[in-house]
Design a protein around this ligand. Structure first.
Ligand SMILES: [Zn+2]
Length: 284
């Protein structure tokens, strides 16, 4: 999965640091992240960005590599100011990072995208409307006027592999760019446990009751600002699918041998499908 970056170590603890010239800077504009041109993902260092260091915010570290955030208005303006030529940089979108390498830098970039969204969407206090300021002790924004404190918001969601003997329930979302097979998935609502979300989402998307709900694993999914919890469970009673036609374009039972999904080392969904597919002659 994308967050598994061994032997590198991700260190998320917030520190109030000033960037050094060899630290990485991740400049974000409305259209994406500015990186060095080239096939491999590569970031600019603070030495490349002149006087902008005053406005940078420490994000996190991976081993000795430190990453700093910089919000910019527009990529061309930023690159002109820092004397970068058009052929020397490129702009990347969040979804591209599923395919880019090296993996530890792709993980850093997608995680930074999530923090960029948080900083960008929390410039003003939601309670009184005044400008929010960055705290120096922890990753928190506060309002000097009314005392409101804003922490990064993570949205918990579940991924559910529903099994039926040798078959797995696979779905396809309606109207999305991503057209591969997926598993039942959905956000936890206020007042629900993960297991409640599993039962509700499977009922809503496929009209099925489930039993024997078992936790499999989790994944920070910065592509959609989620923290995913993966569960296996078994259909309970009728296996007749009643699909949610607004959300899905397809929902079907597929035999283990017929699942057309290959392992990609990025998502929890993909890993759970492949775990089921590759287990021979046993119940999920
Ligand atoms: Zn306020």
């Amino acid at each position: 999965m994308i967050q598994e970056i061994d032997p590198y170590k991700y260190d998320v603890e917030y520190k109030h640091l000033q960037p050094g010239k060899n630290d990485y800077v991740l400049p974000f504009c409305e259209n994406g992240l500015i990186v060095r041109a080239g096939e491999e993902l590569s970031f600019f260092t603070c030495a490349d960005t002149g006087k902008e260091t005053d406005y940078m915010t420490y994000l996190f570290s991976i081993d000795e590599m430190r990453f700093f955030y910089l919000a910019v208005h527009e990529e061309t303006q930023f690159c002109e100011q820092n004397k970068m030529t058009i052929s020397g940089y490129r702009l990347i979108k969040r979804q591209e990072l599923r395919r880019l390498s090296p993996k530890h830098l792709a993980f850093a970039a997608v995680t930074a995208f999530q923090l960029d969204g948080w900083y960008r969407n929390n410039r003003f206090c939601g309670r009184c409307g005044k400008v929010l300021r960055q705290d120096e002790k922890e990753r928190m924004l506060f309002c000097g006027e009314c005392g409101n404190r804003v922490y990064p918001r993570i949205n918990p969601a579940v991924i559910v592999a529903v099994t039926n003997g040798n078959r797995l329930l696979l779905t396809k979302y309606r109207g999305r760019e991503y057209t591969n097979y997926a598993l039942v998935a959905g956000f936890s609502e206020i007042g629900e446990s993960f297991e409640d979300t599993v039962r509700r989402e499977v009922m809503e998307e496929a009209g099925l009751s489930v039993k024997n709900i078992r936790y499999y694993g989790s994944q920070p999914w910065a592509f959609a600002d989620n923290l995913l919890a993966g569960y296996f469970c078994e259909v309970d009673g009728s296996d007749e699918i009643r699909m949610d036609e607004e959300e899905l374009s397809e929902a079907c039972w597929l035999d283990r041998e017929d699942i057309p999904v290959e392992y990609t080392d990025s998502s929890l969904t993909n890993e759970m499908i492949c775990v089921f597919k590759n287990r021979q002659n046993e119940q999920s």
